[in-house]
Design a protein around this ligand. Structure first.
Ligand code: GLC
Length: 748
């Protein structure tokens, strides 16, 4: 792996003084303290330190309890008092947290503090755009800032650890969890994984507003067959190491001390029992010294996988593979004492897992201050901060991707008579998106945003998300006829995205397509506002509308962010982090594909070449695509030299001009292609990007520097290598545009 840490961080964001894992776990008094503690622990107490559960001990609006855990409150409290719980997750609130911590510290034999965790994926009270939407901003600094704001708010509510960032590469949009990641591209995913870890963890892990990060789900969960959640994954070692693992490494290199094992089977061995992955690669190759938590009962699910005989076998396989904490299953409490007594699991293995857990609790200051982050004053001060609202609105704006704007329909004049049509026009229930536990009605709908912007509009739902409404189309057409312009708010609900929400066809539901077709017949300009947690296959009048904005799930400030773009107070600057395919059957689809031995010329469908007889190979809208209110022109690529010395650097530049009358934020992207190598290589790979603010008429130079490390790939020996030879290089506005320049990498 190239010097990913420094290059990645420098290429994508501020390099902060990071709490490197080694320093955190330096030998010294603290580790003596941990060893002394371990020496005193019974095997039952050791198993307890390796067991985390959904928080069913709190009541009130803060708690999101998984249904199956609603019972068993008394049993859980008894388990806690017996030292059988290392932490609880998805409950928050200081008063309840203090009460539970007091039980752990004062009423258990050893007084080891609990760790409080949650799925703070894109905010906890103030909600930010879903991670896939935020990835469209192509801005590591923004991702770091929203993670930081999320950590400030969640830690003010008594949380220490977030089960984020989700760093799974998402190349099959049928998979609902593409919403939680950074999309299809490795370089962008690496940068955002590192940025989000830095954001969550802040400057010092012992700070009260620092949250432990947890790059998840290790590993290759996004490559599930058919895009079906939890389904099997079969990957070559080269693809596993070259595509799916790098974002994890980027997260650990940025200082993450925890990770989560995935549900899926990986090449025949379920990830949660995959010692080669969780110990061989993670610890022995990468030197990871943090802890591994299983995903929710993923250890017990080894039985369903047909990989474990029973719960005892599943516990044995997980702990021996390298899973330190069992989530929800209770298998470690139930079986580790006997497994150790019988010799099936060496006590040293359990001790090492306990050591890792205690070191992490020590690293965040819990062993010194069990009431860290349980401060009622901060809970009053640091939640729903105005700065967080402003950041959510900024992130929302920056996440919006303008796919098309024929005839300059956008930006709208505020005095325009608008018909806001579709199931998401006035909707507030779906502005947060998946993995946001809405406890409030602070979400700003599109209608709210138009109202606050002073626009004059009528709102007609027209249809439900997946069903027509009697008279809905007629009302919508009447509203369209009476308006100057139609805003058509269509797409997916929050629960059509996220975990367990794979869709076999990634289309806009039929009832909404019919509404769109009818409204288009009214003959007024239509601006589509897509609400989506994945790339969608656009068809009919949705596809044919003169203007399309991809608005994802933008969080609390949804309506304000959309209004900011619609009326031109800010220009759209987002770029697609996932390819929008030509049709719903074109999955998996991603730009960094292999050329094959029978490549098909773009757009054509000649016989005996790779591709479908009924669809082109091209994306409808490619990775990296996004329009601005400017008119952007790219000059030719200029290389500093035609050759890159083995240990040298190569500069690549292009002049970019805004020929339009409005300012624009352009994202210039640098792609390479290795023309010949000892492994087949993708037709393009993103290696750099740069945001350029361009006033009307302004020209700026995008300038990049590459080294050999940028050209490395996983060779046949499963190691990172570079090979001399010819490369193409583009500086372009998307993965499907631009004219390449050629350079040679010299021999060593
Ligand atoms: C879920 C998810 C995981 C989450 C965990 C705890 O099943 O797979 O991402 O962190 O359980 O809620």
């Amino acid at each position: 792996m190239p010097n990913l840490t420094r290059r990645t961080l420098l290429a994508g964001g501020t390099l902060m003084l990071l709490p490197l894992p080694g320093r955190l776990f330096a030998q010294g008094p603290a580790s003596g303290r941990i060893e002394a503690l371990i020496a005193r622990m019974t095997i039952a107490e050791k198993a307890g330190q390796l067991s985390i559960f959904p928080d069913n001990l709190r009541t009130g609006p803060d708690v999101v309890v998984n249904p199956e855990m609603k019972a068993g409150k008394d049993a859980m409290e008894a388990k806690l008092r017996a030292g059988g719980v290392t932490g609880l997750f998805n409950g928050s609130g200081v008063a309840a947290g203090r009460r539970l911590q007091q039980i752990a510290v004062e009423e258990t034999r050893l007084g080891i503090p609990l760790i409080f965790a949650a799925d703070v994926i894109h905010g906890w009270r103030t909600i930010f755009p879903i991670p896939l939407g935020e990835a469209a901003a192509f801005d590591a600094d923004l991702a770091q800032r929203t993670a930081r704001a999320s950590a400030v708010e969640a830690s003010a509510l008594g949380l220490h650890w977030t089960f984020a960032p989700m760093v799974d590469i998402g190349r099959d949009q049928r998979w609902g969890r593409v919403a939680e990641g950074a999309g299809e591209d490795v370089h962008l995913a690496n940068l955002l994984a590192a940025a989000r870890v830095r954001g969550f963890q802040g400057r010092r892990l012992t700070d009260a507003d620092a949250m432990l990060a947890c790059p998840k789900h290790m590993a290759a969960y996004g490559a599930a067959e058919g895009g079906r959640d939890y389904d099997s994954v079969e990957l070559s070692e080269a693809t596993l190491r070259g595509v799916y693992l790098p974002p994890f490494k980027a997260g650990f290199d940025a200082g993450a001390l925890t990770t989560m094992s995935a549900f899926n089977d990986l090449n025949g061995v379920p990830a949660t029992a995959n010692r080669k992955l969780l110990t061989g690669i993670l610890r022995e190759e990468w030197g990871f010294r943090g802890l591994v938590v299983s995903d929710y009962t993923s250890d017990a699910e080894l039985i369903a996988h047909g990989f474990a005989e029973d719960g005892r076998d599943a516990a044995r396989l997980s702990i021996l593979a390298g899973v330190d904490i069992a989530m929800t299953s209770d298998l470690y409490n139930l079986h580790l004492p006997e497994l150790v007594a019988s010799g099936a699991v060496p006590v040293a293995v359990v001790d090492e897992a306990v050591r890792r857990v205690l070191r992490v609790k020590q690293a965040i200051g819990l062993l010194d201050d069990p009431y860290r982050s349980l401060d009622a004053g901060r809970e009053k001060r640091d939640v729903y901060l105005p700065s967080a609202q402003a950041l959510s609105r900024e992130a929302g704006r920056r996440s919006i991707v303008m796919l098309k704007n024929e005839g300059g329909v956008l930006p709208l004049a505020k005095r325009a008579r608008i018909a806001l049509i579709g199931p998401f026009g006035a909707d507030k229930a779906n502005v947060y998106g998946p993995w946001a536990f809405p406890r409030d009605d602070r979400g700003v709908s599109i209608a709210d945003g138009l109202t606050r912007a002073g626009a004059s509009f009528t709102t007609v739902k027209g249809c439900d998300v997946e069903a027509p409404i009697a008279g809905g189309i007629e009302a919508a057409m009447a509203a369209a006829r009476a308006a100057d312009v139609v805003l058509l708010a269509v797409g997916e609900t929050a629960n059509m995205s996220g975990e367990a929400q794979a869709r076999s066809l990634i289309d806009v539901p039929k009832a909404q397509r019919e509404l769109a077709d009818a409204v288009a017949a009214a003959g007024k300009p239509v601006v589509v506002l897509l609400r989506n947690g994945r790339a969608l296959a656009l068809e009919g009048a949705v596809r044919g509308a003169p203007a399309i904005l991809v608005t994802w799930f933008l969080g609390t400030q949804t309506g304000n962010a959309i209004a900011d773009i619609l009326f031109g107070d800010h220009g759209p600057s987002g770029r697609l982090p996932v390819s929008f395919p030509s049709g719903p059957g074109q999955q998996p689809f991603y730009y960094a594909q292999k050329t094959t031995g029978r490549p098909r010329p773009p757009g054509m469908m000649p016989e005996f070449t790779t591709g479908y007889r009924d669809a082109p190979n091209d994306a409808l809208y490619p990775f990296g695509h996004g329009l601005t209110y400017g008119q952007i022109e790219y000059g030719a690529v200029t290389l500093g030299a035609p050759r890159l010395a083995w240990n040298g650097t190569l500069t690549a530049r292009a002049r970019i001009t805004n020929r339009g009358t409005r300012a624009a934020e352009e994202v210039a992207q640098l792609y390479i292609r290795d023309r010949v190598a000892s492994m087949t290589r993708p037709v393009k790979e993103l290696k750099r990007f740069e945001r350029l603010s361009l006033k009307p008429g302004e020209t700026k130079e995008a300038r990049f520097t590459l080294t050999r490390a940028d050209l490395e790939f996983i060779g046949q020996d499963e190691r990172w290598i570079a090979e001399p030879g010819a490369f193409d290089l583009w500086i372009a506005p998307s993965a499907a545009s631009g004219t390449p320049a050629r350079f040679m990498l010299d021999r060593a």
